[in-house]
Design a protein around this ligand. Structure first.
Ligand SMILES: Cc1cc2nc3c(=O)[nH]c(=O)nc-3n(C[C@H](O)[C@H](O)[C@H](O)COP(=O)(O)OP(=O)(O)OC[C@H]3O[C@@H](n4cnc5c(N)ncnc54)[C@H](O)[C@@H]3O)c2cc1C
Length: 423
C-alpha cells in the first residue's frame, strides 16, 4: 500500500476507533450479566460504526480533501456499513442468549416485538431494511439506477434504527448518537442529493465529438452569490443537468472529470453515453441549467517528472485537461486506447497538441472490440525506470495495467489511477 493510502487508512481507522470507543465507553453498563453486557455493547458498537459510515457518505469537497478523496471515503463507507450490520445482528442475539439458560420461551419473549412493544418493532424493521439494502448494495452487477433505488432502503434502516434508540428512552450524551446519525443523513440528502451544496451553472456550448460523446462548456450563473469553482487538471465534479431549450435533464448528480478549465470558473466536461442519463445528455442544447459540486480528487498530485499516461476510452478527459492547461514541462508518453475508429473523440486535437508540444509522445490505438494486449502496448521494464504512471479508464483496464506495471518493477507509489465506476 502506498504511503499516502496507508496514512488515509490510519486516519479513518483512528476516527472509527474513537467514535466507537466513546459510545461504548459512555454506554458501558454497570454490573450486568455477561450476555446482557454483550447485547448492549454490540448495539452501541453497531451505532458507532454506522455513525462513521454515514459521515463518510457526506459529500463535501473539504471533507473529501481531508479524508483522502471520495473513492476511499466510499470504500470505507461500504466496509463500515457491512460491519455495522454484522455487529447489530449480534445485538438482539446476545440479549436472547442471556435468557436462553432460563428457557427458550424467555429468550423468544426478549426478541418478540409483540411482547416488547415499539422499540423492538423499530429495531427489527431497521435490521430487515439493512439486510435487504446490503444484499443489493453488495451486488456489483446490478444496474446503477436500480442499485440506487434499493440503496435508499439503507437510509430507511438508519432512520428506523435511530427511532429504536430514541424509543428506548435514551437521555443525555447517548441521545447525541441518533441525532448525529439523522444529521449526517439529512446533510447528505439536502446538500449533495438535492444540490444545496452545488453551484448553478448553465450550458454555454455543446460540441458533438463523436456519435456517443459530447463536450459541454459550462459557465457559472452570473447571478450566483457563491464563488465559482476553482479546480486543477485531473479533478472531477458532480454535475446534474436540468431543463433547457427543448431538453429535460435527468437531474441526478453524476461524476465527470473536468476536460478544460477556463477563466472565472468556466469548465469543460467530455461525456460519453454509458447509461440512461449520459445517453440523454447527448441531445442537450446550450441554455440548459446545471448544478455542479466539487472539485474532488487529486489525480495528478503524484508530482512532476517524466510520465506514462494510459487512457481507456473516455478516461482520456483528465489528460486532455492537463494538455489544454499549458505546454508540458516534463516528457510524457500518452497511450490512448479506444474502439471508435476514425470517430474517436479528441484524436484530432491530440494530434495537433503532439505536433505543438515536443514533450508529448502520442500513441493512439484503435483496439476494436477486442481486449488490448497491454503487455505489448506498455513500455518495457527498462523504459519504465523513473516514470510516474497515470491510468484512467474502465476498472478492468486499470487493474490489468497495474498488475503489469508491478511485474515490470514499478512500485505502488509511482502508480496513480482514477476508476470511472466507483459507487
Ligand atoms: C471519478 C469519475 C470520473 C468520471 N469522469 C467521467 C468523464 O469525464 N466522462 C464520462 O463520460 N464519464 C465519466 N465518469 C463515468 C460517469 O460518471 C458515468 O458514465 C455516468 O455516471 C453514467 O450514468 P448513466 O445514468 O448514464 O448510466 P447508468 O446506467 O446509470 O450507469 C452506467 C455506469 O456508470 C456508473 N455510474 C452511474 N452513476 C454513477 C454515479 N453517480 N457515480 C459513479 N458512477 C456512476 C456505474 O458504474 C454504472 O454501472 C466518471 C466516473 C467517475 C467515478
Amino acid at each position: 500500500m502506498p504511503g499516502h493510502a496507508r496514512s488515509i487508512s490510519t486516519r479513518l481507522t483512528l476516527i472509527t476507533v474513537l467514535v466507537v470507543g466513546a459510545l461504548v465507553g459512555w454506554a458501558w453498563p454497570q454490573a450486568l450479566a455477561l450476555w446482557r453486557t454483550g447485547g448492549l455493547v454490540t448495539g452501541w458498537m453497531g451505532s458507532g460504526l454506522l455513525l462513521v459510515s454515514l459521515l463518510l457518505m457526506v459529500r463535501e469537497p473539504w471533507l473529501a480533501r481531508s479524508l483522502g478523496g471520495l473513492e476511499p471515503m466510499y470504500r470505507w463507507h461500504h466496509l463500515l456499513g457491512v460491519w455495522a450490520y454484522v455487529v447489530v445482528l449480534a445485538h438482539p442475539l446476545a440479549f436472547a442468549a442471556s435468557d436462553w439458560s432460563e428457557s427458550p420461551a424467555m429468550a423468544w419473549a426478549m426478541l418478540s416485538p409483540w411482547q416488547q412493544g415499539w422499540p423492538v418493532w423499530l429495531g427489527w424493521a431497521s435490521l430487515l431494511c439493512m439486510m435487504a439494502g446490503l444484499m443489493v448494495a453488495l451486488w456489483p452487477k446490478l444496474r446503477y439506477a436500480i442499485w440506487r433505488q434499493f440503496h435508499h432502503l439503507l437510509s430507511l434502516s438508519v432512520l428506523l434504527g435511530a427511532a429504536h434508540l430514541v424509543a428506548l428512552g435514551l437521555d443525555g450524551v447517548l441521545l447525541v448518537a441518533p441525532l448525529l446519525i439523522i444529521g449526517f443523513l439529512l446533510w447528505r440528502v439536502i446538500r449533495a442529493d438535492h444540490g444545496l451544496g452545488a453551484q448553478p451553472y448553465v450550458v454555454q456550448r455543446v460540441k458533438h465529438l463523436s456519435p456517443t460523446t459530447v463536450e459541454l462548456s459550462l459557465q457559472p450563473l452570473a447571478a450566483s452569490a457563491t464563488k465559482p469553482l476553482s479546480a486543477a487538471p485531473g479533478q472531477f465534479v458532480l454535475a446534474a443537468f436540468f431543463a433547457g431549450p427543448k431538453y429535460q435533464g435527468c437531474g441526478e448528480y453524476h461524476p465527470y472529470t473536468i476536460s478544460s478549465l477556463g477563466d472565472e470558473g468556466r469548465l469543460g466536461l467530455g461525456i460519453k453515453a454509458l447509461g440512461d442519463c449520459t445517453r440523454q445528455l447527448q441531445s442537450i442544447r446550450s441554455g440548459a441549467a446545471v448544478r455542479v459540486q466539487g472539485p474532488f480528487g487529486d489525480f495528478f498530485a503524484g508530482g512532476s517528472g517524466p510520465s506514462l499516461w494510459l487512457a481507456g476510452g473516455i478516461g482520456i478527459t483528465p489528460f486532455i485537461a492537463a494538455l489544454r492547461n499549458g505546454p508540458l514541462v516534463d516528457p510524457v508518453h500518452l497511450i490512448y486506447l479506444h474502439r471508435e475508429g476514425a470517430a474517436a473523440p479528441y484524436t484530432q486535437e491530440l494530434n495537433e497538441l503532439a505536433a505543438q508540444q515536443p514533450m508529448l509522445q502520442l500513441q493512439v490505438v484503435d483496439t476494436g472490440d477486442a481486449l488490448p494486449d497491454l503487455s505489448q502496448l506498455l513500455p518495457a521494464a527498462s523504459d519504465l525506470t523513473g516514470l510516474g504512471c497515470y491510468l484512467c479508464g474502465p476498472s478492468a483496464m486499470v487493474d490489468a495495467a497495474v498488475q503489469l506495471l508491478h511485474q515490470r518493477g514499478v512500485g505502488a507509489p509511482r502508480i496513480h489511477f482514477e476508476r470511472f465506476d466507483f459507487r
